[in-house]
Design a protein around this ligand. Structure first.
Ligand SMILES: Cc1cc2nc3c(=O)[nH]c(=O)nc-3n(C[C@H](O)[C@H](O)[C@H](O)COP(=O)(O)O)c2cc1C
Length: 207
């Protein structure tokens, strides 16, 4: 089995909805197993409550868990033009994995939810890839074979750099069917690449 982790942070549910669609996409590829996990909250409870953050019953991941997977798909909202601090804090705790080259050669991908169309959507997708490249991970985007991303008639999330949605300034836009299809596409895309690489590893081990 090829093991894929979909790992996210979400305050209001947009990223979580995309994460669930990513996991569906992974599951559609035979021979893959997917786990859906979230990173720990870092915001104090009183601020969480005032800001109306949702309660999320998705199991938590620990940084050390990442080593067990062939591929990891990271989801984050755009906060001030970049990934959420919750996700960055999680990655900052993975120095031990970095020191042992434990994530080198694993497949990584990123998806994001952003309030406004030009509020840092692509910047978040791209800049989140930077620490993943420091880990030596191989970045998979959301290729133009997912044609849904090219529409100029409607608001669509996502880019060649990863799947996404536009939540609206007040968060009232739910991910559209196109955005969810993009996330499913990216999940399947990552799973197929990871399965191919795992086949090569197994063949090399057997030789
Ligand atoms: C502290 C904070 C900073 C934000 N910064 C941005 C931003 O820079 N650009 C933007 O378009 N939206 C911004 N947003 C809106 C979030 O991107 C939006 O709430 C998020 O996509 C919703 O995802 P979620 O429902 O998974 O939490 C910000 C929201 C918060 C709470």
């Amino acid at each position: 089995m090829t093991r894929v982790l979909v790992l996210y942070y979400s305050s209001y549910g947009h990223v979580r909805a995309l994460a669930q669609a990513e996991a569906e996409g992974v599951r559609s590829v035979p021979g893959t197993q997917v786990d859906l996990r979230r990173v720990p909250e870092t915001v104090p409870e009183d601020i969480r409550q005032k800001a109306g953050f949702m309660t999320d019953d998705t199991p938590l991941a620990a940084p050390a868990d990442m080593e067990a997977y062939d591929a990891i798909i990271f989801g984050t909202p755009t906060l001030f033009g970049m990934m959420a601090g919750q996700m960055k804090s999680f990655l900052d705790q993975a120095g031990g994995l970095w020191a042992r080259n434990a994530l080198v050669g694993k497949v990584a991908a990123v998806f994001a939810s952003t309030g406004s169309q030009h509020g840092g959507h692509e910047a978040t997708l791209l800049s989140t890839q930077i620490p993943l490249q420091h880990f030596g991970m191989l970045i998979a985007g959301m290729p133009y074979t997912f044609a849904g991303q090219t529409s100029a008639e409607r608001i669509v999330g996502g880019a060649p750099y990863g799947a996404g949605t536009i939540a609206g300034a007040d968060g009232s836009r739910a991910p559209t069917e196109t955005d969810l299809a993009g996330a499913r596409f990216q999940g399947a895309h990552v799973a197929r690449i990871a399965a191919r690489l795992a086949r090569i590893d197994r063949a090399e081990e057997a030789a």
